[in-house]
Design a protein around this ligand. Structure first.
Ligand SMILES: NC(=O)c1ccc[n+]([C@@H]2O[C@H](COP(=O)([O-])OP(=O)(O)OC[C@H]3O[C@@H](n4cnc5c(N)ncnc54)[C@H](OP(=O)(O)O)[C@@H]3O)[C@@H](O)[C@H]2O)c1
Length: 278
């Protein structure tokens, strides 16, 4: 893979990582191993995914050196009080079988716990060397402003839902204002029926370029400055396809046509603990 790394506030992050939610046990081990052997160097997990042991086993089974892998985990919104946050991080490292991760994120904001307390704990994890970089996920523009103000060390990403059916221009602008990368989760909108993978406009571009709709969508993500995407797949052929993105590019018209597919009901991930989105 020759895709250039995305740089953000001192971090250098591969533009495509493997998403691993729902990839449990042997499926998790096999998918992580397959991705690393196909050239991925970035794996996204979370304490909440209940698969950190499997991810760790996949890393070791791949034969790729730990130092060459960008490993990300997250602390769930139920664990944002300082003591819980530290415990969650230490438990994640144990389960993964590593002494540090490359990026540690607050998984969701929690309005019941002062952000200053959580951001303080996040910074302490970095100071103690348990993570190389720190960041957030599911933060709105208001949360980003507050977190940036509170954090001693720079935040390097905000990980949020993003795909052609969801306009994230406000959050993207806030990230760029603060030198942060935007990390797109559910970049394929979870491949559900009626989603962008089945969109006729995406299909038309894919056909003209001789690539798949998923490749068009992933290329659309990473062709935007400072955007990283973390598609999930258990299928070795699709895992390989999702990182094979440097043999074609999208014109500025194709980029804006795909962005133009955004719609008000496009958001897919809407748990009860969601913040009020921008
Ligand atoms: N921070 C957060 O709150 C948060 C929330 C949601 C997700 N995430 C992260 O983001 C990752 C990705 O998001 P996601 O898992 O929600 O959904 P996604 O990556 O948008 O979609 C995954 C689905 O797409 C299919 N797929 C993958 N590649 C394909 C291809 N080339 N062609 C056709 N179908 C393809 C997969 O099926 P196959 O397995 O059969 O290929 C799977 O059903 C997660 O795994 C997780 O790591 C974070």
């Amino acid at each position: 893979m020759t895709l250039p790394l995305v740089t953000a506030n001192g971090a250098a992050i591969p533009p495509i990582g493997l998403g691993t939610s729902q990839l449990l046990n042997e499926v998790g081990v096999a998918s992580v191993k397959s991705a690393l052997q196909a050239g991925y160097r970035f794996i996204d997990t979370a304490a909440r995914y209940d698969n950190e042991e499997a991810v760790g086993e996949g890393l070791r089974a791949s034969g790729v050196a730990r130092k060459d892998i960008f490993l990300l985990t997250k602390v769930y919104w139920t664990h944002l009080a300082a003591a819980d946050f530290k415990q969650s991080t230490e438990d994640s490292l144990k389960r993964l079988g590593v002494d540090h991760v490359d990026l540690l994120l607050i998984h969701w904001p929690n309005p019941k716990i002062p952000l200053a307390e959580t951001v303080g704990a996040l910074n302490e994890m970095k100071t103690r060397g348990l993570t190389r970089h720190i960041g957030v996920a599911n933060f709105t523009t208001a949360h980003i402003e507050e977190a940036v103000r509170l954090s001693a060390a720079p935040l390097v990403v905000n990980q949020c839902e993003y795909h052609p059916y969801l306009d994230q221009s406000k959050v993207l602008a806030a990230c760029r204002r603060h030198g942060m990368a935007f990390m797109s989760y559910s970049p394929l909108r979870q491949a559900g029926a009626g989603g962008p993978l089945e969109d006729p406009q995406v299909a038309k571009i894919a056909e003209a370029k001789g690539v798949s709709p998923a490749q068009v969508i992933l290329r659309w993500h990473i062709q935007q400055p400072g955007v990283i995407a973390i598609p999930r797949s258990t299928n070795p052929a699709r895992i390989a396809q999702n990182i094979d993105l440097d043999s074609f590019s999208l014109s500025s018209k194709e980029m804006s046509d795909i962005s133009g597919l955004a719609r008000p009901e496009g958001r897919k991930v809407k748990p009860a603990h969601s913040p009020v989105w921008d």
